[in-house]
Design a protein around this ligand. Sequence first.
Ligand SMILES: NC(=O)c1ccc[n+]([C@@H]2O[C@H](COP(=O)([O-])OP(=O)(O)OC[C@H]3O[C@@H](n4cnc5c(N)ncnc54)[C@H](OP(=O)(O)O)[C@@H]3O)[C@@H](O)[C@H]2O)c1
Length: 255
Amino acid sequence: MQSFKPGSDYLAGRTILVTGAGDGIGSAVSVALATHGATVVLLGRTLAKLEAVYDRIETEGGVQPAIYPLNLEGATEHDYLELAEKLDEAFGRLDGLLHNAAQLRLLSRIDDYDAQTWYQVMQANLHGPFMLTQACLPLLRRSQSASLLFTSDRLGREARAYWGAYAVSKFGIEGLMQVMAAELEGSNVRVNSFAPGPTRTKLRALAYPGEDPSGLQPPEQLTGYYLWLLGNESSAVNGRMLDQQSKLFAQLHNA
Ligand SMILES: NC(=O)c1ccc[n+]([C@@H]2O[C@H](COP(=O)([O-])OP(=O)(O)OC[C@H]3O[C@@H](n4cnc5c(N)ncnc54)[C@H](OP(=O)(O)O)[C@@H]3O)[C@@H](O)[C@H]2O)c1
């Protein structure tokens, strides 16, 4: 996204919740959102990592973020409602919700796939995002123009052997996105999914342990897509399954 260079106040006044904000793509995107004017709620399961992102945002002169430690794997409906209540008290609304957290855990053929791991992956990658979205919908509806953005994977659009619950959860995420985009069509909440290409993160290293990571794009290279999708520029875009090759972005490259 070479040609999309928004100013430091591009997201001024917007409050955006990012899950999995402590590492990889989520941390790079959170820093970019905050340094472009958004108040970011950093949600993740490892407090020290969230604090490190908080410090980076401060060092880079971004808007002061908030931290909300939560493990999506074990969180219940009650936890999500409590989170929504606290967001309501602090901000009164949400302008963006980026579902970024996900876990792979292992690669295995279905014959041997551990059932407990399957349950945990589905909980963190699909059921958690459903409950979080449901709890946050009243807050998103209060925004003038809210962006609900799910993170997918090309494996959630065309599966491959051994990707088990991870791939299936991403198919579920695409389904949830489409159901919600249809339900919210014409409202102030737009719903889309974005599948990043291979990116230098821990999740990628777990899937491809023998790969030389130096050839992969760093998470920072993706931030333009997320800024565009979470800002008002994309307010007319709804129900789209996007990736870095999407024609929509080619237009921006050439702008
Ligand atoms: N990297 C790629 O090549 C690639 C390609 C396609 C799609 N994606 C998608 O991009 C998103 C980000 O992935 P990434 O590559 O940046 O992975 P990552 O570096 O492993 O980061 C994932 C983040 O999610 C958090 N997380 C995982 N399970 C969680 C849970 N149960 N509760 C709360 N937070 C949890 C992790 O927290 P901890 O740090 O505390 O573990 C971490 O901060 C994922 O949705 C992934 O499917 C990535």
